[in-house]
Ligand binder design. Structure first.
Ligand code: SF4
Length: 339
């Protein structure tokens, strides 16, 4: 919930919108500025690749009122052609940061805020936090002169909020590099005891997720449900239109079930993973292929065996014959193919 407390207890009448990912650096930037008396509106930008649980938990654990803004559509658009290349996987970090600053900049009027802050640290990330990349982020966002990076600002050119005295230079820091020592020290000073580990926030930095995303982009299937499905299971590309997804464990089977999809495959007389056809194949040969790959993952089932197709309330029994390992690997979308 957004606090409407407008007392004049703040150090400056101007306030900031903060990019908040939930990670330690953005947490520090927010807490540091708040502790020094600045009014800050932390905003979390929702995309299909950043499950929000991590940020929400981090905000809750640290008493942060978070504003959530869904930028999925604009992010997907940007992914079609980032101006700067992708990172190691499908992470266009420079364009992604720039987009977040851009949207935050567009929110300034709405929140009656005047400048933007982030937890970026010079030299911390090879792609987006090199000095030249940070400069590029600023340029691309269209709000370069309103950006303040409290953790590294003393190493960067002064921007309007500093020049105008909205933010006191004496409150700014000069942290740089990949080490985390100073940040951990600050966390202790600021009473931050709970924060997520640096890895694991963004799915675009995961190599297998990136492979699946690349496949989806290649076949022009970037609809919300196809994107949501990328988070779970093993993925198989059966032809340019049809994909098969098979849960890898109980938790993924449950997630897939919760999505209430149209075309599930389940074993009839034994336990085993759930399959999803997206969409359902009209070509009987493709359906046969899907069934055989699905049945391959039922190691204890008889061969052939009976499975079922669930389409809403309609249940159809089908006979499945197991595909061999080569066939399974041939259709699997993954960089390092594992059964
Ligand atoms: S890691 Fe992901 S969320 Fe973070 S800047 Fe890169 S693409 Fe964006």
């Amino acid at each position: 919930m957004l606090s409407l407390d407008m007392t004049n207890a703040y150090k400056s009448p101007q306030s900031a919108i903060a990019l908040f990912s939930g990670g330690l650096d953005s947490l520090l930037a927010v807490k540091w500025m708040q502790k020094r008396g600045y009014k800050v509106y932390p905003v979390y930008f929702l995309t299909p690749y950043m499950p929000p649980a991590r940020a929400l938990q981090s905000a809750q654990n640290n008493g942060i009122d978070l504003i959530i803004r869904d930028i999925s559509e604009r992010h997907l658009e940007m992914m079609q052609g980032p101006t700067v290349t992708f990172g190691k996987h499908m992470n266009p970090c420079v364009d992604c940061h720039a987009l977040m600053f851009k949207v935050a900049g567009e929110m300034l009027n709405e929140l009656d805020a005047q400048y933007l802050i982030s937890g970026e640290v010079v030299g911390q990330r090879p792609m987006s936090q090199r000095r030249d990349a940070m400069n590029r982020v600023g340029n691309l966002s269209g709000f370069k002169d309103l950006l303040v990076r409290p953790l590294s600002q003393l190493l960067l050119p002064d921007t309007l909020p500093i020049r105008e005295g909205w933010v006191d230079r004496a409150d700014m820091l000069q942290i740089s590099g990949r080490g985390r020592y100073r940040q951990l020290e600050m966390a202790e000073e600021l009473g931050i005891t709970s924060f997520p580990s640096p890895a694991g926030g963004c799915l675009l930095t995961d190599r297998n997720y990136s492979m699946r995303l690349k496949d989806l982009m290649q076949y022009g299937q970037m609809d919300p449900m196809s994107l949501e499905l990328l988070k779970y299971g093993r993925h198989f590309r059966l032809n340019e239109e049809i994909k098969l997804i098979i849960g890898r464990d109980e938790a993924e089977n449950t997630k897939l079930e919760e999505l209430k999809l149209d075309n599930y495959l389940i074993a009839k007389d034994c336990n085993g993973p759930l399959g999803v056809l997206n969409p359902f194949p009209r070509d009987p040969a493709i359906l046969e292929l899907a069934k055989s790959i699905f049945w391959h993952y039922h190691s204890k089932a008889s061969n052939p065996g009976i499975a079922q197709i669930l389409q809403g309330d309609d249940i159809t029994d089908i006979v499945c014959r197991k595909a061999n390992r080569e066939t399974v690997l041939q259709y699997m979308i993954a960089l390092y193919k594992q059964e």
